[in-house]
Design a protein around this ligand. Structure first.
Ligand code: DSN
Length: 443
């Protein structure tokens, strides 16, 4: 970045440091991934200089010939890849995409129903402090004692509450959803079925996750997770959706612009188009298969070492370690793992007794490390490091006779982690591993 280095060395240096951080650590937050250089070139191109309010061939500004082609190409690729008749590619990310659907199809106060957030749902699925739970009336479904979505209970709640939109979507639920069952329930209670496929859009394209298209009316998805594109979102209406309401696509277009947004970010839309082209290569199918194999093997290794996993494991790209038995917060373990070179995030576990800011779980995912080429052998190695770190931190905390209240202090957490030789060694081991798997440049 020769120009940036001259214009703003401070920012240039931070980007360099971030490149080093990504190269030397394992990105295991399940919603993150590594984009290709091609995608990054497009996003950082001069396409970002233009205002394009409106839609292809119906814009409010002059100078659109190239932007109309870009957005049309992107929409064409979405329709082809996912097999849908309609899509909008302008929503800036997943939350605005979900809001656009509600804004298009509901009136304020109408009811939506989603998976409760502490059970693996998303803030935009009706959380009471999110606009989805303040402008709309939200009710929730839950997982059972085994951590599995209880479809019978879901049906009971849906029939009682009669939501206008039923949301099948997750951010931390490790098992694939049963879309057929969801659609039967939606039909019975007269709801539209919306799938939020943000986490798994890439897995659907790789055919390693059930296809929601035949069962749902609307599908939303972010583009920067397993799909491996730039930040952005897709809103798709299926044949079933258009059959229920021929105007559904138009309503969604109007909700996105002018309802919620002004000018779309066409540089990102072009980047999404490139990512979709990359996702059409046969190698993307292999990638998706390996993401799943890696998560399954990682889960198996962690379980063999005695760790408890929410829902008993995974058949997707993500898994959640339940730390309740150790009486330790996800904060302390996530920070210890980070210093050991493994970047994950703390997460609530179902029916978590701890507050959301100090939850009892760790969420891990394999999309990014699989993009770097890691396979089962590396999963075994990483699982070993995770187990060693958790064991050591639990031991140190016990010796210091500290409780959850003490852990809420950052200084105390730092003190515990600083005593761990295991954490220090892990950081070195991860660096060695990362040398063998450089950040990908192309797919
Ligand atoms: N923040 C995303 C995640 O980490 O799952 C969802 O929006």
């Amino acid at each position: 970045m020769p120009y940036l280095a001259k214009t703003d060395p401070q920012i240039a240096n931070i980007i360099k440091a971030e490149e080093k951080r990504q190269a030397q650590t394992l990105m295991m937050i399940p919603s993150e991934n590594h984009t290709s250089q091609a995608v990054r070139e497009v996003v950082g191109s001069l396409l970002q200089d233009k205002y394009c309010e409106g839609y292809p061939f119906k814009r409010y500004y002059q100078g659109q010939e190239n932007y109309d082609k870009i957005e049309e190409l992107c929409r064409e690729r979405v329709r082809k890849c996912f097999g849908v008749p309609y899509c909008n590619v302008q929503a800036l990310s997943g939350s605005p995409a979900n809001l656009a659907v509600y804004f298009a199809l509901l009136k304020p106060g109408d009811k939506i129903m989603g998976l409760a957030m502490d059970q693996g749902g998303h803030i935009t699925h009706g959380l009471k402090v999110n606009v989805s739970g303040t402008f709309f009336d939200s009710v929730f479904y839950y997982v059972n004692e085994q951590g599995l979505i209880d479809y019978d209970a879901l049906e009971e709640i849906a029939l009682k509450e009669k939501p206008k939109i039923l949301i099948a979507g997750i951010t931390a639920y490790p098992l694939a959803l049963d879309f057929k069952r969801f659609s039967q329930i939606a039909e019975k209670c007269g709801a539209l079925l919306m799938a939020d496929m943000s986490h798994v859009a890439g897995l659907i394209l790789a055919k390693v996750y059930p296809d929601p298209m035949p069962y749902c009316h609307i599908i939303t998805a972010t583009t920067h997770k397993t799909l491996r594109g730039p930040r952005g979102a897709l809103i798709m209406v299926t044949d079933k959706g258009l059959k229920a309401d021929q105007q559904m696509g138009d309503k969604i277009d109007k909700a996105v612009f002018p309802g919620l947004q002004g000018g779309p970010h066409e540089n990102n839309i072009a980047g999404i188009a490139v990512a979709l082209k990359e996702a059409q290569k046969p190698s993307f199918i292999k990638y998706g298969q390996q993401v799943i194999k890696n998560a399954a093997y990682l889960a198996e290794c962690l379980k063999k070492s005695g760790l408890k996993l929410c829902a008993g494991g995974t058949n997707t790209h993500l898994l959640v370690i339940d730390l309740q038995e150790f009486k330790i917060s996800g904060n302390l373990i996530a920070e210890a793992l980070e210093q050991g070179g493994i970047v994950a995030n703390r997460n609530a576990v179902p029916y978590d007794p701890n507050p959301p800011f100090y939850p009892s779980g760790i969420r891990l995912g394999t999309p990014a490390i699989t993009s770097r080429g890691m396979k089962e052998k590396e999963m075994k190695f990483i699982a070993g490091l995770i187990v060693e770190i958790i064991d050591d931190i639990v031991k140190i905390k016990k010796n210091l006779q500290l409780g959850l209240e003490d852990e809420k202090k950052k200084d105390t957490r730092n003190k515990i982690i600083a005593q761990s030789l295991v954490v220090k060694k892990s950081s070195q081991k991860v660096k060695q591993l990362c040398l063998k798997f450089p950040l990908p440049k192309s797919y």
